[in-house]
Design a binder for this molecule. Structure first.
Ligand code: NOJ
Length: 940
């Protein structure tokens, strides 16, 4: 059967026009644009309030509004521009009247303030102001109310704040890179009492007063008891034609313009976590997660901003014509950020290059936590495996067909009536025995646990939640109930520390899944998905812990839920690193586990959109990403399924999944030749695990993602900025181009630099910037290895990743155009937290063309824990070294090389495949009898 053609139920979700705050701010932008140079925005800094002290420039922005009598009236917005020790700057603006005196008549059940805790959830890094930042305002500047501060590494950065028109420019080495309020679109809806009778003439300063105090969508009313609270700001990236990030959208990687025109969108990109169960591709519509982080890249520079706001947010993007006088020959990108509520809290990251940007963002929101290595293997999921026998049969089939996998997943049907933490006893009478059977083969079980808790008397999880008032509440303080899988349900409010404690109780060892410790967790539907709620989610006027409205924290909720689950799993298995998969996410979620792109479909279009989506997640700090392999809805053809496995083998998170109505499609079902090709793809993944794990280790301390855009390795090639159907994979130097075309026999792969590239599978040489045609029949995954990298593999086939921990290693050295190469290897026990106390191995490999020697050197400080870890793996050999692209004339002999380790040396055999005019030479050192733990070298 052909896969169904999807159409998002678009009418369920708002357009900008249907969200009054978006509509108003967009109209405000139109008004500003139409006035051009005559635009005189009502917001200015009051110079008498400006002061600089200890890394903070502060003052008050004053808005002149006209009240009902027509007299000007000043509303004050205190701001702080904080120069952080980490090198980033932070601009925060609040509203004075909501911070101070109680507002008469303000509902007691609500916090009067604007929500100011998005950073508290997203940012774990140090926010200490840098006392090394210096104000360098000249007297003349001060007279014209302009202020200047030097900050950042060696004072390379500078911020210039101008009172009127209000504007902040950020410079690096004298060049502007980010401009806040360039277009004068800064806007904050000040508090005003709800008028007893709407009288538009009283609100002349408002462009559109409709829907300010209540709003309807899809027949559902939003009471908006705090009135309009929106915030907006424009951010210009001068001289940058390309911007990236702001996941999650099913769209191209380089973000499109959103104000119409050929190939552009008409709608802004929307960040509002929703259960968009049949999403469209090439759309700016909101999806399951939101990371308000945007990177701008051009030749020689990368910068970014992070908009720390958890409310619904829309982002308009336009590009100006090149302005040679101001910013050179390139276009500039103008962005307009509009959020429903909260404060303005924006971080400015000045790079200068992509890896610095990722590091700066990680220093704020945290880095990818190092996953257990088995989480990087292949995961087998479907909705649903129906019984213990079913699970164990699938498990056994993987062995019969000689295909490795690490975890089998149970979707919602394993529960008794969708009551999480229970089992459908008729089908799963002895879950612990089932888990033990899996554990014997070193495999894991993943169970799904969602945040909706069935409202049923006698269901203990619900009863405790309800009795202790740990669920979301309605605007009148009652437990909020809505519909999801189990029927009527309550939603755990994981903003409440007591709810987190309660959640931890549920996972306790002995209580859930016995004492088994091969349990991993899947958190789904955590946007939250509420079937009968507005836009399939919780009403905005429902109340969370702290008396905040749901509208304020909507995009953060899903992360707090995963946070609770991660804490629960840490409490259950304190020595183990937890693994939790989430569907919903926010900035900072990378600290908690993996994410996937939700409900895609079994068509080529959905396979195609995965690569740009994973790139977008990756640059926004979320490295551990994947997509349902095979497509969730519908039934893939065997060819599509095979191509999807070939692509999926390079997704950081690699899981096959299917909808309950889709046909079974475990790897052995399509039959030959497909099963063998799928096996090959999965095995290739397992082979590369040492390098993949090493890449995750790197992401865990410097934020460089696993899926890397071309500009990460070729930052100066502006022609490559729009290419988003291929990527560099982790630390391997492999350039992967998934085939996403039915019937393809070849593909065009783009080389972004002048480095030498080798076909990873047959060593054909490619060189020169531009597209190269490469054969890609179904048997072949187009992968080129970039010269200069050393990757590490484990070539023995095993049943699961855990079983590979003592297997010998193979080094594959792809020499660069000068004949050199380098690489790293990180190893630890793969599952416990002892690496954080130093129990790991970290080695650097370098091949030097000068002396033709490959060396292995330690990169770790010697400590008792890494010594004891090294001892535990002192049996791990390097069993093979493959050097591609060597000038074989330089070899001392054509049959042996000399190895050195532990002050001894010996000769060891080699095998040479000589170069041809198209293919590189391959020199293979077989069993050199060296061990990974000590320094060694091989003289070729
Ligand atoms: C929605 C998820 O996106 C999907 O992966 C899952 O199978 C269903 N919920 C059922 O739990």
């Amino acid at each position: 059967m052909a896969a169904p053609v999807l159409s998002a139920k678009k009418y369920l979700f708002k357009t900008c026009e249907q969200a009054s705050f978006c509509r108003r701010n967009r109209a405000y932008a139109d008004l500003a644009d139409s006035r051009g140079a005559a635009w005189d925005p009502p917001y200015v800094i009051d110079p008498s309030t400006v002061a600089f002290d200890s890394g903070v420039l502060q003052g008050t922005i004053v808005k002149t509004v006209t009240d009902s009598t027509g007299a000007p009236n000043n509303v004050e917005f205190p701001f702080q521009l904080v120069f952080l020790e980490s090198g980033s700057a932070r601009f925060v603006v609040d509203e004075k009247q909501r911070v101070e005196s109680p507002i008469p008549g303000f509902p007691e059940s609500l916090t009067q303030r604007r929500y100011n805790e998005a950073s508290k959830w997203a940012v774990t890094g140090d926010l200490t102001p840098d006392i090394g930042a210096v104000e360098s305002t000249t007297d003349d500047e001060r007279k014209s109310a302009v202020y200047r501060v030097r900050y950042g590494p060696d004072g390379h950065f500078e911020a210039i704040v101008q009172a009127k028109p209000l504007q902040i420019r950020f410079y690096r080495d004298g060049e502007p890179h980010v401009i806040l309020n360039d277009r004068g679109l800064f806007n904050m809806d000040q508090y005003r009492p709800k008028p007893t009778e709407m009288d538009e003439s009283k609100f002349e300063d408002e462009l559109d007063v409709k829907d300010m105090w209540e709003e309807n969508f899809g027949g559902k009313e939003d009471k908006k008891p705090k009135g309009p609270e929106s915030i907006a700001l424009d951010v210009t990236f001068p001289g940058y034609e390309h911007v990236f990030g702001i996941p999650e959208h099913a769209d191209q990687f380089s973000l499109r313009e959103t104000r119409g025109g050929d190939g552009n969108h008409d709608e802004p990109y929307r960040l509002f976590n929703v259960d968009i169960f049949e999403y469209e591709v090439n759309s700016p519509m909101a999806m399951y997660g939101a990371i308000p982080f945007m990177q701008a890249h051009k030749k020689g520079s990368s910068v970014a901003i992070f908009w720390a706001n958890g409310a619904e947010t829309w982002i308009d993007i336009t590009k100006t014509k090149p302005n040679p006088e101001a910013f050179g020959i390139r276009k500039s990108t103008q962005t307009h950020w509009i959020s429903e509520s909260g404060i303005i809290d924006v971080y400015i990251l000045l790079g200068p290059d992509p890896s610095s940007v990722y590091q700066q963002y990680g220093l704020l929101t945290g880095f990818t936590s190092l996953p257990p290595i088995y989480a990087l293997g292949y995961h087998q999921c479907r909705w649903n495996y129906n019984s213990e026998e079913d699970v164990l049969e699938v498990d056994a089939n993987f062995d019969s067909y000689d295909i490795p996998y690490d975890a089998i997943w149970l979707d919602i049907e394993y529960t008794d009536g969708k009551k999480y933490f229970t089992w459908l006893k008729s089908m799963f009478p002895t879950p612990e025995k089932m888990m033990q059977a899996l554990d014997k083969r070193k495999r894991k079980l993943v169970t799904i646990i969602d945040p909706h808790i069935k409202k049923e008397s006698g269901y203990k999880v619900y009863e405790g939640l309800s009795k202790n008032e740990l669920a979301l509440k309605t605007d009148n303080g009652e437990e909020f109930n809505g519909w999801c899988w189990p029927g009527e349900s309550a939603w755990i409010d994981t903003f409440n520390p007591k709810a987190v404690e309660y959640w931890k109780e549920q996972f306790k060892s002995g209580k859930y899944c016995g004492h088994e410790n091969n349990l991993l967790i899947w958190n789904d539907m955590n946007e939250p998905s509420v079937f009968n709620g507005p836009e399939v989610s919780a009403p905005r006027d429902t109340i969370h812990y702290g008396n905040w409205e749901h509208r304020d924290i909507h995009n953060i909720y899903g992360m707090t839920f995963v946070n609770a689950t991660v804490q629960a799993m840490q409490a259950r298995q304190p020595r183990q690193r937890p693994f939790v998969l989430t569907r919903s996410f926010f900035a900072g979620s990378q600290r908690l586990g993996a994410v996937w792109t939700g409900d895609n479909a079994a068509t080529w279009d959905y396979l195609r959109i995965v690569t740009p989506m994973l790139l977008s997640h990756s640059v926004a700090g979320f490295s551990f990403v994947g997509a349902d392999v095979g497509g969730f809805f519908g039934n893939p053809t065997s060819e599509l399924l095979t191509r999807w496995y070939q692509a999926g083998a390079f997704y950081p998170f690699f899981r096959g999944h299917a909808h309950i109505e889709s046909k079974r499609r475990e790897p052995w079902l399509p039959g030959e030749p497909y099963t063998s090709l799928i096996r090959t793809a999965i095995r290739m993944r397992y082979q590369l695990l040492p390098s993949i794990y090493t890449a995750f280790h790197r992401a865990s301390f410097d934020g460089v993602p696993i899926i890397r855009p071309l500009f990460l390795l070729a930052p100066d090639n502006e022609d490559a900025l729009g290419i988003d159907d291929q990527f560099f994979f982790g630390e391997t130097g492999l350039l992967v181009k998934p085939i996403v075309q039915e019937g393809a026999m070849s593909t065009e792969i783009y080389l972004p630099d002048e480095e030498i590239y080798y076909d990873y599978l047959d060593q054909t040489i490619y060189q020169g910037i531009g597209y190269k045609n490469i054969e890609a029949p179904l048997e072949k995954i187009p992968i080129l290895a970039r010269g200069g990298h050393i990757l590490v593999r484990r070539d023995r086939h095993r049943r699961s990743a855990t079983l590979m921990s003592h297997d010998p290693l193979t080094l594959v050295v792809h020499l660069d155009k000068t004949g050199d190469a380098a690489g790293v290897l990180y190893l630890d026990d793969g599952e416990t937290t002892s690496y954080s106390r130093g129990a790991y191995l970290y080695r650097f490999f370098i091949f030097n063309v000068q002396d033709n020697i490959l060396r292995s050197r330690s990169m770790q400080a010697s400590s008792a824990s890494n010594k004891s870890f090294e001892k535990s793996i002192d049996d791990v050999r390097i069993e093979k070294i493959i050097v591609v692209g060597m000038d074989t004339d330089k070899l001392k002999t054509n049959h042996a090389v000399e190895a050195f380790q532990d002050r001894k040396s010996w000769t060891t055999d080699i095998h040479i495949t000589e170069a041809t005019d198209r293919k590189a030479s391959v020199v293979t050192v077989r069993d050199p009898k060296i061990f990974v733990t000590g320094d060694w070298s091989i003289q070729f």
